[in-house]
Design a protein. Structure first.
Length: 317
């Protein structure tokens, strides 16, 4: 009798007399659960090594410094460049008879954090880039600056850091970008864009895809009209998309290529820029730069140009 009572108590404690079945999962709930599990699995996947790891880590450390300024694009000084088809339109004292094919070119590019989220590089940033072309060897016209382009932009960056095999999806960036040459009248060049960039990498390479939407402007009522679009056909020359590739083929030697294209089957235009760097210290690289195409500067946006230059840059990768 005691044995039968013991079995009965065990059964009643382990199995409810009226078991309640959980409601069936709806298709929407199942989709949400699968998506959540997939995201969790991606986030828990070990990160593939990236050529950008050291740069990203340095920027995260700088976030804690109130007065920090980051590199944005390349910062370089090319004391000597040779341009095949220089444009004299950007400076009143220059003409096709006295313009020099040899000039200096330099670029300064910085960004500062406005608001960052947590301990990642996700957040809002302000960037500014200035690129100048200096007729420093032209004593005939007092060595003028032929052209300077100014490029402020407001950016939101999402640091993704998702890995697949040996590749890393690093980040997506959305920015509002203004670019102009700061001139007036017939020499004025400017445009506004919304730019979308996706960045990828592996252990010795980085890749990006960048495209943009040009914000429309009213047409000029006359050539001398100070308002209106200075360069309505700029997309046909500078292009609608840019592809970038950086390759570290030895610890000291790197190659950075930028390809722009207007995506037109007829009148196809764009440009190619190649940057070869040799790292000779923790801070500086020797830079050899080659450009072929349209958009070497804003005053040259619709003028085909070839340029080669040699100089030094702040270490970029």
């Amino acid at each position: 009798m005691l044995k039968q009572l013991f079995i009965f108590i065990c059964l009643t404690n382990s199995v409810p007399l009226f078991a309640q079945q959980s409601p069936e999962e709806t298709p929407l709930q199942k989709a949400k659960r699968v998506a959540s599990e997939t995201i969790q699995e991606i986030e828990n996947t070990p990160k593939a090594p990236s050529i950008l790891d050291a740069r990203d880590a340095a920027e995260q450390r700088l976030d804690a410094v109130p007065f920090a300024i980051y590199q944005h694009q390349q910062n370089y000084l090319l004391p000597y460049t040779y341009a095949k088809n220089p444009n004299a339109d950007g400076q009143v004292d220059l003409n096709q008879n006295n313009i020099d094919n040899q000039e200096a070119k330099f670029q300064i590019s910085i960004k500062i954090p406005i608001y960052s989220l947590g301990d990642t590089n996700t957040g809002w940033y302000f960037g500014f880039t200035a690129k100048s072309f200096w007729q420093v060897y032209n004593s005939e016209v007092s060595k003028p600056f032929r052209e300077t382009n100014y490029e402020p932009e407001l950016m939101y960056r999402w640091q993704a850091d998702y890995s697949f095999l040996q590749y890393r999806f690093n980040a997506v960036e959305l920015s509002f970008n203004h670019q102009s040459n700061g001139q007036s009248g017939l020499n004025s060049r400017s445009w506004n864009r919304v730019i979308l960039t996706a960045l990828f990498s592996d252990v010795d390479s980085a890749y990006y895809v960048r495209t943009w939407y040009r914000l429309p402007e009213d047409a000029k009522e006359s050539v001398q009209d100070p308002s209106g679009d200075d360069n309505p056909d700029i997309l046909d020359y500078i292009g609608r998309i840019e592809l970038g590739y950086a390759w570290q083929f030895t610890p000291e030697h790197k190659l950075l290529a930028k390809l722009r294209n207007n995506l037109k089957s007829s009148n196809n235009r764009g440009s190619l820029e190649l940057n070869y760097t040799y790292n000779f210290s923790d801070r500086y690289d020797v830079l050899l730069q080659y450009f072929n195409g349209y958009g070497d500067s804003l005053i040259d946006y619709n003028r085909h140009q070839q340029r080669v230059g040699l100089g030094i840059q702040l270490r970029f990768l």
